[in-house]
Design a protein around this ligand. Structure first.
Ligand code: NAP
Length: 465
């Protein structure tokens, strides 16, 4: 192929890849098309990589091959063996490496071309390096908190915000100076170091529990860093992909904040994990009613409409396949079973959809909060499996509750409520759930997988009705 033809092929590959990225995001938005979305993203990325590898600028493939082998050796086992509940920290690690790559490309470009950098290129470079370096250390910290390698509680001290903002201001000031004076290379290492330190300081005051929201914000920064890199390298696909990444990460953070009724500033500066101690201290002795798997099976079998509410406990217990068996057993008996999906049930957006899809539960049985809420009043049974905060009625009326204002699933409106969890431990927000003390609520104490399994067994033994 002539160089001209190669260049044309690259441009076509880039345009198709960009279109596939956009379609991937669109398809990923609904469970029925999500698999197609993943495939489209994969093909798009393959085209982008192949197109880039054909680039005239590449003089030696040796280092690329070494990087490819090393990256695959780490990435493939990570994808295969990390459990679903560890996806938030896995994502954090991927962002850390992506951002490091962007920052390193920026550093290389700076040293290759300084002091002949135009002001536009230097502005893009400064943005790329600042966002890339702070996202690198910030994402590593987020990974450490989620994996409990570093303390998950918020680490705060007096004047913290002033220190952090001063540091950021210093980094921005040096960045602006470098734009005006790209040859001031003695300041460049300081610029990079400030970005790296700021990433760590940004994350330490945030509790481990808020990390999923922070990760999606860091995702957005990594995307913006890549888009800035696109301007530096004059690569249109990088600009498009980075912008898509930046925008979708930001939108996701906003959705998560809304679903928890929190503001961005509250997540970033609110030190949320501190609620726990205060909330727990309030606990008074009240009684709950509990039931056995046999009793639960009888109630479910006699119902005509059941709404299952899955939550984080179902994910931890990996109970989704047993839940599928329960769904089969009940539908076979003519019971209408639907699933209520809260936008922040579990620990990452779409957590419940992914697990239930893995267990092949039909998509049309999964209903979003707004669709299912009016249905609870007509349901015979709301079966809560390892969900807690997303069902807590305190969110509606208790102004002192940390989840006050968070939209919840109206589980308490069902005729009977059954809750599968191991004990009376609180969920993510660290607070008691008044749902458990209602007269209509039955607690089914046990691990979600074993308890659902026991109900299925009771149903299949056929001694009920
Ligand atoms: P949750 O409020 O965290 O409660 C989970 C419950 O599951 C716990 O009370 C626990 O009680 C139970 N559990 C744990 N392991 C279990 C097992 N093996 N078997 C049975 N039960 C088990 O969960 P949620 O209702 O899904 O709410 C999600 C929370 O995470 C919300 O507060 C949300 O704001 C927050 N959050 C979500 C996201 C997201 O993107 N999804 C992001 C950030 C924050 P026991 O220990 O007594 O069993």
């Amino acid at each position: 192929m002539t160089p001209h033809l190669v260049e044309q092929f690259i441009q076509v590959a880039y345009i198709v890849a960009a279109a596939l990225f956009i379609l991937a995001l669109k398809w990923l938005a609904a469970p029925a098309t999500a698999r197609r979305g993943v495939r489209a993203g994969e093909v798009g990325m393959l085209l982008a990589v192949v197109g880039t590898l054909l680039h005239q600028g590449i003089v030696s493939y040796q280092w690329i091959l070494i990087g490819f082998v090393l990256g695959s050796a780490v990435g493939v086992p990570m994808a295969l063996y990390m459990p679903m509940t560890a996806v938030p920290q896995r994502t954090a690690l991927s962002h850390a490496f992506g951002a490091l790559a962007a920052a390193l490309v920026g550093v290389a470009e700076y040293y290759l071309h300084t002091p002949e950098l135009s002001q536009f290129t230097m502005s893009a470079l400064a943005l790329e390096i600042l966002l890339g370096s702070l996202t690198f250390t910030g994402s590593l910290m987020a990974f450490g908190k989620l994996q409990e390698l570093v303390p998950t509680r918020p680490v705060t001290y007096r004047g913290q915000n002033v220190v952090n903002l001063s540091l950021l201001a210093a980094a921005v000031a040096i960045g602006i100076y470098l734009v005006v004076e790209p040859g001031a290379s003695h300041l460049f290492p300081l610029f990079v170091a400030l970005g790296l330190v700021f990433g760590v300081l940004l994350i330490i005051p945030i509790g481990g529990a808020d990390m999923p929201t922070v990760i999606s914000l860091l995702n957005s920064y990594a995307g913006l860093s890549a888009a800035a890199m696109g301007f530096v390298l004059e690569n249109n696909l990088l600009i498009i992909a980075g912008a898509l990444d930046g925008a979708s990460g930001f939108i996701l953070s906003v959705i998560m904040c809304k679903a928890m009724n929190r503001s961005f500033t509250n997540v970033l500066f609110g030190a949320f994990g501190q609620f726990r101690a205060a909330a727990e201290a309030r606990g008074e002795a009240r009684t709950v009613r509990s039931a056995t798997a046999e009793e639960a099976a009888s109630i479910l079998e006699a119902a005509s409409s059941v709404i299952v509410v899955p939550g984080y406990g179902m994910a931890v217990a990996q109970a989704q396949h047993k839940v599928r068996e329960l769904y089969d057993a009940l539908t076979k008996r003519g019971v209408a079973v639907r699933f209520a999906i809260h936008p922040v049930a579990g620990r990452m957006p779409g957590h419940m959809n992914v697990l239930l899809a893995e267990a092949d539960i039909p998509y049309d049985r999964l209903l979003d909060m707004d669709e299912i809420n009016p249905e609870f009043a007509q349901a015979d049974v709301a079966l809560v499996i390892g969900a807690n905060d997303v069902t807590n009625p305190a969110a509606r009326h208790d102004r002192s509750s940390p989840i006050y204002g968070m939209p919840i699933l109206d589980v308490d409106k069902a005729r009977t409520v059954m809750v599968i969890k191991r004990g009376m431990s609180p969920g993510f927000a660290g607070i008691e759930n008044e749902l458990y003390y209602l007269g209509k609520t039955l607690m089914l104490f046990g691990d979600a997988k074993s308890f659902v399994g026991a109900i299925v067994k009771e149903l299949s033994d056929g001694g009920h009705g």
